[in-house]
Design a protein around this ligand. Structure first.
Ligand SMILES: Nc1nc(=O)c2c([nH]1)NC[C@@H]1CN(c3ccc(C(=O)N[C@@H](CCC(=O)O)C(=O)O)cc3)CN21
Ligand SMILES: O=c1ccn([C@H]2C[C@H](O)[C@@H](COP(=O)(O)O)O2)c(=O)[nH]1
Length: 619
């Protein structure tokens, strides 16, 4: 403990840089947070502030000179943390017994987080340069001590092979280095693409997970008006932006100080004002605001209150919706416990495998159409009818201004999958083809397949009507032989129908459906999938003169894309409302056959959801 007796930086400094034993004796997690010269450094205040809201956490900060363009030392100091800059490294050196700041900081820290890590500092780290406090620290870092690196740079810089080389070198040199993959976003320079720093909350989440951190008690800091739990970060009003409702461990410095940090960037100041914590979040910070133009609810809605209105508060007398709560609870569970994984699209997800099945009652004409965001019902229904027609041409949906399959049917995507000869929009033998022509030879989306392959839908209808106790009433889109021809292998790949006895004597038999989904995008796909199979079950029940009973949803890889987290947090804050009801305009006789259902036959009543929430589809 007498080591570096001369390490005297004044009282404040003594407590800041402790001798190595301190990290073992004070029982706290010592997190050294560093930032380099990237616009994402403006997030540092939020990140550090949030970290401080956890029990037994000590934070110190290292800033490169370039980082100080984006975040002010004083703003960070106002949070109560010690901030180290280049000039501090050798400030106390007098002779060879003097302490050396970067070595002392290394000794103090249990973990080094560099967020953001610029292309420049990454290059220096990979090449062993030590030309400032941070690079000296990195060079002196023990290869076995954890280091979290959150790169942030322009898309082109990120895609340059040099970046991968540098990352590989760093990974090889520091066995405990974890790279937090950047994400695709609108970058400060205006480019859209990979390279944006992963969301700061995600970085904190990794630290929480790694150190098993717990939030401090609510009453521990009386100055703190806001709770730090994301459950509460949302407040009652849907109009709140995530930025407004940021959790704060200590009172943040006045917002203008935070904005100050950003306003030194050469981009127009207005871009940073006033609530968005970064220009890079421009996309997500519009959440819950303007209704989505392509999301108009033009399915027949009878007696429904004005859809364009947002709920500002929900009176207690409105019954809660336990079934929708299952979905929200699953989102929470994935956010809290989901494993961080890379995925095919490069976005990255939090994922869990095989959560308990979700069950939705369809009785009394209930349609489980989520209410905590406005679901694009017109898109769900037109997609279902498109499946039922056996259509595999995404352009037929695009023509109806439904763009949900555009990404997977684009020229770029088809070429990437090796389908160079296939017309844009032709998805291959996907859902509709398998439902109606399973096993037929697929040529293209325009060919006439009448009478070819197995018509599984017709078989389902036949069995439901003629052999309702059958245990084989199944429709499968999973055809291993055809998967190589598909733009996207089916995610909802198998459903089974079950007819149970009437609830009361004289009642109608009840139809249930269980669907297995191998891959479930909780933010975008799942609300669609729940609604789609519920609509299908209602339709089959209507056609066979049964009562729709239950939809059961079973999922395999159940994931949240990292760039949906903010949006889902906004959604989690909303109270679920009662589900709407569905009716059919025409009788089964008028409809004529299972192929006779049209868009206007479906009438949804009482859908009064919260506003839409925009999320990006990963391709
Ligand atoms: N990554 C990914 N997630 C999916 O859920 C998904 C795919 N890919 N590939 C194709 C299908 C199509 N599905 C989709 C695709 C997009 C939306 C979507 O963007 N929905 C918006 C509304 C879109 C609009 O209004 O135009 C939504 O807010 O629900 C929904 C379902 C489900 N699928
Ligand atoms: O109906 C659907 C269709 C697709 N998804 C999601 C699930 C995944 O996020 C992607 C598909 O990617 P894979 O790599 O093929 O799993 O699309 C969905 O949730 N629902």
């Amino acid at each position: 403990m007498t080591l570096h007796a001369k390490f005297s930086l004044g009282d404040e400094d003594k407590s800041a840089v402790k001798e190595s034993d301190a990290q073992r004796t004070d029982g706290k997690r010592h997190i050294l947070v560093a930032a380099t010269g990237s616009v994402a450094a403006i997030k540092l205040v939020l990140l550090v502030n949030d970290l401080l809201s956890y029990k037994d956490v000590e934070v110190q900060v290292v800033l490169t000179q370039a980082a100080r363009t984006f975040v002010k030392v004083d703003t960070l100091k106002a949070l109560g943390v010690r901030v180290w800059c280049d000039e501090d490294d050798w400030r106390n050196w007098t002779d060879k017994t003097s302490p050396i700041t970067h070595i002392e900081l290394r000794r103090w820290a249990h973990l080094l987080l560099i967020a953001p890590l610029s292309a420049n500092t990454l290059a220096k780290a990979a090449n062993g340069l030590c030309d400032n406090l941070l690079t000296c620290l990195i060079r002196a870092w023990s290869p076995n001590k954890p280091m979290l690196l959150a790169p942030a740079m322009n898309t082109v810089m990120w895609k340059n092979p040099i970046t991968e080389k540098h990352l590989t070198t760093v990974r090889e040199s520091y066995k405990q280095a974890e790279i937090i993959h950047p994400i695709e976003k609108v970058l400060a320079c205006g480019d859209i693409g990979m390279g944006g720093m992963c969301e700061w909350r995600e970085i904190v989440a990794r630290l929480v997970h790694r150190f098993d951190l717990q939030r401090k008690d609510e009453d521990e800091d009386n100055d703190n008006d806001n709770d730090n739990d994301f459950d509460d970060n949302s407040l009652v009003s849907p109009i709140n932006d995530v930025e407004v409702s940021l959790p704060s461990a200590r009172k943040l410095p006045k917002s203008d100080e935070v904005n100050d940090a950003a306003s030194t960037v050469s981009a127009p100041a207005a871009t940073y004002a006033p609530v968005s914590d970064s220009i890079e979040e421009a996309e997500t910070s519009t959440l819950a605001k303007a209704p989505n133009a392509t999301c108009e609810q033009d399915v027949q809605i009878e007696n429904g209150p004005a859809l364009k209105e947002e709920h500002t508060s929900i009176p207690d007398i409105v019954p809660s919706n336990k079934e929708e709560q299952q979905y929200l609870d699953l989102i929470k569970r994935i956010l809290e416990t989901g494993e961080l994984r890379n995925d095919r699209t490069g976005t990255g997800t939090r994922s869990i495998f095989a959560p308990p099945q979700l069950r939705f009652s369809l009785s009394n004409n209930t349609l489980p159409l989520l209410t905590t965001k406005k679901v694009f019902l017109r898109g769900v229904l037109q997609e279902l009818l498109w499946f039922l027609r056996g259509d595999t041409n995404a352009k037929h949906l695009t023509e109806k201004d439904i763009h949900i399959w555009d990404g997977n049917g684009s020229r770029e995507f088809l070429d990437k999958m090796g389908f160079f000869d296939r017309a844009e929009g032709d998805l291959g033998p996907v859902y509709g083809f398998q439902w109606r022509h399973f096993g037929a030879k697929y040529t293209d989306c325009n060919a006439d397949y009448t009478g070819q392959g197995v018509d599984q839908l017709a078989q389902v209808v036949h069995q439901l009507k003629n052999n309702p106790n059958d245990r084989r009433i199944i429709m499968s889109a999973w055809n291993p032989a055809a998967i190589p021809q598909m733009a996207l292998p089916p995610c909802h790949l198998l459903c089974q129908f079950y007819v149970s006895a009437p609830a009361q004597p004289g009642g109608r038999p009840r139809l249930s459906c269980m669907m297995y989904q191998r891959s479930a995008d909780m933010g975008l796909g799942v609300p669609f999938n729940i609604a789609s199979y519920s609509l299908l079950t209602h339709m089959l029940a209507h056609y066979c003169n049964y009562e729709a009973h239950e939809f059961i949803h079973v999922m395999g890889d159940c994931h949240i894309y990292i760039d949906h987290i903010e949006a889902l947090r906004t959604q989690l804050a909303r109270k679920p409302l009662p589900f709407p009801k569905i009716h059919f305009r025409r009788s089964p006789r008028e409809v004529g056959s299972i192929d006779g259902y049209e868009y206007d036959d479906f009438v949804v009543e009482g859908y009064n959801p919260w506003g839409p929430i925009k999320m990006k589809m990963s391709v």
